[in-house]
Design a protein. Sequence first.
Lengths: 597, 269
Amino acid sequence: MRKNSIFLKCMIFFCAVPMNAQNPELRVETAFEPSSITLSNNTIYKITIYGSQESPLGKVPSIPGLKFSSTPRTFRSASFINGVPSVRFELTFEVQPEKQGTFTIPSWNLKVGTQNCEAPPATLQVLPPSHRDKKRQQEQKKQEQDLREAAFLELSTPRLFMFEGETMEGKITLFIWNRLPVTRIERIPTKMGDGFSITELGQPVENRNIERNGKVYNAYSWNFGITGALPGMQSISFSSVLRVRVKQSRNSPFGSPFFSDPFFGFGSEEGLEVNSDAISMEIRPLPQNGRPTEFAGAIGSFVLSSSIDRDRVSLGDPVRLTCKVKGSGNFSAIPAPSLSLGKDIKAGPPAFNFEGSASTMHLGEQSFEYVLTPQRPGLLEIEPVRFSFFDPDKQNYQTLTTQAHSLRVDPGEKWIEPVSQEGRIDEAPAQKSVNDMFQTESEPGDWLNSITVADPLRSKLFWLTQAVGLFLVCLFILVRIRTRDPLLEERKLKDRLLENKIRDAVKHGDWTGFYKHLSRRIRLRISMACPDSNPSALSSVELISLLKKHGFSNTVTEGVSQLLQTCENSEFSGSSESSTSLESELTHAQSILGKLK
Amino acid sequence: MNLHFTILSLLLLTLSGYPCHGESAERIFYDAVRAEASGDLKLAISLYEQLSQNLHSANLHSNLANLYFKVEDYGRAVLHFRKSLLIDPDNREATSNLAFALEMSGVSNDTIHEGNPAFSATAQTIWALLSSAVLWGGLLLFIRLSTSNLLSSKSISFCFLWLGLLSFLGWGWMKSRNNSEHLKREIIVLDNQSAKKNSSIPLRRFAGEGSDHNTLIKPGTSLFLDLDQYGNHRVHAGPDGTAWHLARSHNGSDKGWLKSNEFAKLLSP
């Protein structure tokens, strides 16, 4: 159905509430904007209804060679012109020309509310494509071709027909151009087409550096089993999605991020859908002629064998009969062959086991294991197993038969009640003698009121220890706060700073600095030792007499006097360097300062 | 006079209600030893059991375990050897006897989870006191050093050392405490006095007599009572008033419901 046959009824569903103030005189205008275009461009067919905002009902005539968009855009407006209200309703369709020429949409009728109106004719001139248009089209085609070649899927099957229910092994290969910045395969190939069922795709096989179309590709191949489900001509294709890094370009000429840069780039990720070409296959129904009664749906090429695990048993003992079907075909749909064993042998349900290509279930060996129970003693015969299948290559039915197996069944023995597991555990004997192993104590020892594990959190001793500890810590902190002397603290801080400066001076061999800071430190220490004085304002002689007054020994006062003298000499004469090293001077000074307490 | 007589009578009556204290307890112990020596094992067991209701000693439980062993009640023998070792962990004789009792009952020694003795339940107090001493001692030393201006750049090393030691002691305490909590939940499976001695006890899937069992446990096996979300033992009262307890082995491989007469706790409630 052509899209340019648009029923404007659909507009009813998305129209807004029309204005109540309707102009009884309706006027309809139609026009192409622009009215002249080249073949590669699009235009707009605009219908303007003056005097109403109601959605119109009607049908735009279909014009061969013009393709109308299916979703028109609407626009309502209301305004006052010289105090007179004016309302308007606009409906626009995007029109794409399919051939060049002059196209005229004839006058056509539409209904607005209860009124019938006539849309005037409109003419569009489509000119042949210009050189620029042609170039642009070529570029677009080239880029589309590049994109198709950047990543593509290739589906291959052994033949282009199959029988209903037959399983073949197919292969889908995803080729990715090695320059395509693919971050990951977002969706592995998925089948499109209901005429087939396929097995689950497992892990792909990766092949690198495969050349196609003059490019180098990385190929990822999945093998799968494909089974024809519906007879007739059926189409199958695959689709996959890759995550590709792209540049965000608003100037993309075609609105697709992949076209913005032929080499893509670094930016955000986009999904790139990759599709394979569709393959049409004929699914033929199985022939009815010559169908054996044992046929149960097996299609392929098979070999049958059977074996029993032992040929002589006692009555009641089980025997395992294993039938193996080996070859290629629809293993997933093959039922177990039915056995015709008679009354002498009873068979349980078979156990299935497949060994082969688990992903496709097409090539391998299917074994059916039956547990047979002989019902009477004597020489019994297990009848041959028959298995029928349809061979799609020879296109006929085949029936295979195994050999018969002889089984000798001896009469059973008398049943002996087995010893229970529990009894055996309990009766595990201990052979050691217990005599004289234990010594009985004749004294009771220390009595306890209970056997418990002491919990320190419930012990008074523990909490007493905590209390004492906490008390001592609080006491120490209180004493520290009470005995704190801010002046003394400040002096101690200064003393530490001076000590560091003196050490720095020793480190750098700065004799002047050493004696300067030493002099200040001596005075500071004297002020700490004699709190009532102000040693910074006193001369060396006065300081010595102050020390003597506070009862310091002659050794201390003489040492301090000597140090002060050296400091003054260094300060006033500048001849500070002596034969001794600064380290020894520092040691000597420290010993004297240590006594100034 | 009458008043004094009444008080004296009441006092004597009260004292007679506690036969297991002081000299009377020792008298019962000696009676049990004599009963055992004379071959009356049942009487000796009943006397020891009567005594162990209120008082405990390593020798009492050791003797009782020996008696249970002699009457081939290995579950109870293991229980009382374990109790004896809880009171006196250094008792070598009890240790070797316990190993023998376990062997006789067919229970693996691995079912007894002992772990490192340094972190045993009984070492919890030592860890706690050491932790306290280091905590408060370190704080006091820290204050003292800061007062005497001895605190310098080495104080950071001191802090790290102190914190490290404190963390280690705290970890040891917690480990020991966990073992203690574990011990409180430990039970010993007992022979349920059925016709067959030392028959295995079923760990039922559901708390009911007719329930199928997950596994069979030999008497003497050590299990642990399960706790509910509130930290209480998971107990289910049956329609006949039987209390069922959910218990599991130390490694959690065996789990099921036991009746209250099929086990005994190691520690006093």
